[in-house]
Design a protein around this ligand. Structure first.
Ligand code: ZN
Length: 217
C-alpha cells in the first residue's frame, strides 16, 4: 500500500512538471500588447512626418500669400483657400496624433504591467518546479527502499500465499483487509469470533464475506 501511494504521488508530481499554463498565457498577452505598442509607435511616427510635411507646405503657401508679389485677386483667393485647407488638415492630424499618443501611453503601461506579472509567475513557477524535483527525488528513494523491503519480505512468504495475494489484488484492488474492533475494513462486516480467532493465529485467513486476507495490526 505504501508502494502504491508513493507511485500515485510520483505520477501526480510528474503531471505537474513542465510548462505552466499561466506563464504561457501571460507571455502570449505580453507579445500581443508589444505588437500593439509597436504599431501605435509606427502610427505616431507617420503622423509626425505628415504634420511636418503639412507645416512646410503651409509655411511656403503663407509666405507666397503675404509677401505681396502676387497681385491677381483670383490667385490670392485660391491661395487663401489652399492655406485654409492645409490648416484644417493640420488640426485634424494633430488631433489624431494626440489620440495615438494616448494609446501609446496606455499600451506602454500594459506592457510594463504584463512584464512584471510574467516575472512573478516565472519565479513562482521556477521555485515550484524545484520543489517538485526535490520531492520527486525523495519519493524515488522511498520507492526503491520500499520495493527492496517488499522483495526481502516476500522471500519469507510461501509462494501460494503470494499467488493468492496477487490474485486478490487484481480482483479487488486491495488484497489485505485490516481488522479493527472485530470488523473487516475491506467490507465493513463484523467477523465471526471463530474467524477472528483463526486470524489471530499464524495461519492465513480470508474474510468470509469479501475474501480479502485478514490482517490484525
Ligand atoms: Zn471482508
Amino acid at each position: 500500500m505504501e508502494i502504491e501511494s508513493s507511485e500515485q504521488a510520483l505520477a501526480q508530481i510528474a503531471s505537474q512538471l513542465g510548462e505552466s499554463q499561466a506563464v504561457v498565457r501571460t507571455q502570449t498577452k505580453l507579445n500581443s500588447e508589444q505588437q500593439h505598442l509597436e504599431e501605435f509607435g509606427r502610427q505616431q511616427h507617420d503622423a509626425e512626418w505628415e504634420i511636418d510635411d503639412l507645416v512646410n507646405k503651409l509655411t511656403t503657401a503663407e509666405e507666397k500669400l503675404y509677401n505681396g508679389r502676387i497681385k491677381d485677386p483670383r490667385e490670392l483667393t485660391n491661395l487663401q483657400h489652399e492655406v485654409d485647407g492645409l490648416r484644417v488638415r493640420q488640426n485634424n492630424l494633430e488631433d489624431k496624433a494626440l489620440e495615438i499618443m494616448d494609446q501609446v501611453e496606455l499600451s506602454t503601461v500594459s506592457v510594463a504591467t504584463l512584464r512584471n506579472e510574467l516575472k512573478i509567475l516565472e519565479n513562482e513557477w521556477q521555485s515550484q518546479q524545484q520543489q517538485l524535483s526535490t520531492d520527486m527525488e525523495q519519493l524515488k528513494t522511498t520507492l526503491s527502499d520500499l520495493r527492496h523491503k517488499r522483495q526481502l519480505l516476500s522471500a519469507n512468504v510461501d509462494s501460494q500465499a503470494i499467488e493468492l495475494y496477487q490474485e486478490l489484488k487484481k480482483q479487488k484492488g486491495q488484497a489485505l483487509a485490516k481488522v479493527e474492533q472485530g470488523i473487516c475494513r475491506g467490507c465493513r462486516i463484523l467477523l465471526p469470533t471463530t474467524e477472528l480467532q483463526r486470524a489471530r493465529g499464524d495461519s492465513l485467513v480470508q474474510c468470509s464475506s469479501c475474501g480479502r486476507i485478514l490482517f490484525l495490526p
